[in-house]
Design a protein. Structure first.
Length: 110
């Protein structure tokens, strides 16, 4: 396995780990509820719109939360998928290459 392949494997693993880590962070909007708490919408993995629905000092908080969650997912999920494809693809290509090197070629074609 070449150094470039190892870089791709490590880079893919880092992309997957960072993407999954960021998906766990809470998503907030810039508004506050009637008690002064910043409105939390959930995380990239799960939606919690209860605080946005209960906030009475503004309208459209639920829609804004859904947009914030969508934005978080729009850049993190492709990052995780791209990292997984790079990680698995390079490992699979390396495994197939090593299998081809182990199987001896027959001189008579059989």
């Amino acid at each position: 396995m070449s150094h470039r392949s190892w870089y791709a494997v490590v880079g893919g693993a880092v992309l997957v780990l960072v993407g999954l880590f960021v998906l766990r962070f809470p998503v907030f909007i810039d508004d506050f509820d009637q008690w002064g708490w910043q409105i939390k919408c959930g995380t990239g993995l799960s939606t919690d719109l209860s605080q946005a629905a209960a906030a009475t000092n503004g309208t459209g908080f639920v829609d804004r939360c859904e947009s914030a969650l969508l934005l978080r997912r729009l850049w993190t999920i492709p990052m995780v998928v791209l990292g997984a494809v790079a990680f698995v693809g390079v490992l699979l290509a390396t495994a197939l290459e090593s299998l081809r090197e182990e199987v001896p070629a027959h001189a008579d074609g059989t």
